[in-house]
Design a protein around this ligand. Sequence first.
Ligand code: ARG
Length: 485
Amino acid sequence: MRMLNRWVFVLLVIMLPVLVCVTGCQDEQEPELVMATDATFPPYEYYSGEEIVGIDVDVVAEIGRRNGMRTRVENMKFESVIAAVQSGKVSLAAAGITVSEDRKKQVNFTRPYATAEQVIIVPQHSDIAEPSQLAGKKIGVQSGTTGDLYVAQNIQEPERFANGALAVAALVAGKVDVVVLDNLPAEKHVANNAQLKILPTPLTSEQYAIAVNKNQPQLLAMLNATLEAMEKDGTLARIAESHLNSPVATASLPAAEPGIWSSFHNNFIKNNRWKYLLDGLIVTIEISAAAALIGIFLGGLIGIIRSTADQTGRFRVLNLLCRLYLTVVRGTPVVVQLLIIYFVIFGSVEVSKVLVAIVAFGLNSAAYVAEIIRSGIMSVDKGQMEAGRSLGLSYGFTMRSIIMPQAFKNVLPALGNEFIVLLKETSICGYIALVDLTKGGDIILSQTYDAFLPLLAVALIYLSMVVVLSHLLKKLELRLKKNER
Ligand code: ARG
């Protein structure tokens, strides 16, 4: 029991910063407009170097300025922007979002600030000239957009890409026959590709508006009033104008097969793109290490409770809770857990995403560690406990100084395995718009349209980390073995 108390204490100390931040981080901030977007949509939102710029960014910044609020951009997948508004993660979403009846059920829209169309991009020499010829062709779209929806409902299942630029890259590479995309982004892409053209007949006509949480009528009114004023005094038009003519570097495709060195230069050196990998690597290591710590302590605690309950019949209720925990955590995918923790549990709390990831992966890993530890404890011969107890040692003391060291040694390989899995599993962090190592490679890919080098680099970095980790574990194992004698 005393040992248990100590474990609880250690765990609390580790979790303290987490708790403090979760409860305290939100209050002392001045009013801030947080804008969700997906910066793969020039001229509305796109990367210029390391900065996200575009019509939407400028519009929201101007709204903020006129109302005395700071603004901040949260870049995420387009599919997440509406959910981010709904859950209160962000104040609003401005991402060239088309107003639609379905979306109106989830969020409120401001008055429209732009009109748009879904257009068809084809290669110059294509024999497709009319929307009616699309049936049976390979149609590329950005997943979750109105283009995606239109094609799926009116023509056939499209090929869904993470963003419009990747769909266009697939078109250039001959992997799809056409791309359906919003008109202005389409024009930007075509302007950079002599081999592409836009068909004269559009598929739809739409309106863009800013999405706001349904529980924020005041914010909506404020946005509407400011947007109206900005339209009247010509600010909206001026902002749009300024981005229509600026060249968008990110939408250009390599003209010809580049040499390996120039391709290396383009992917890693140019615009300091290697920084995405380095920053991502740091995030990956941070999350994995902290989650492993939580996993080992919480998992150890659960493992001990479970095996003590099994052996002595104590901790009935606690044991039941632990088993429930293991069932739920091991019975659901970690990516779903991550999303639930981010959008639901920490839904309306301002909390760092790294922290969310640490908590999610820590809680997840704990479930697996718990069973590993339990199997370790069970693997130690029963006689050891009996011997300890008959020498007059307490249960806790025998556990701590006789059973646990042996158990730990037995499960070390399995624990190592768990941490290797954990390290690689953090690669799903991109789902909550965290830029970890994998996402870093992904961003490079979406800027250079080169899948090979960025992914190869990411794979090599993970591989080296796993090799180093395995090596360290092997050393630890050897050391423990030596101590045996
Ligand atoms: N207008 C389309 C839609 O609402 C596409 C928007 C895509 N926006 C973006 N930032 N990627 O579905």
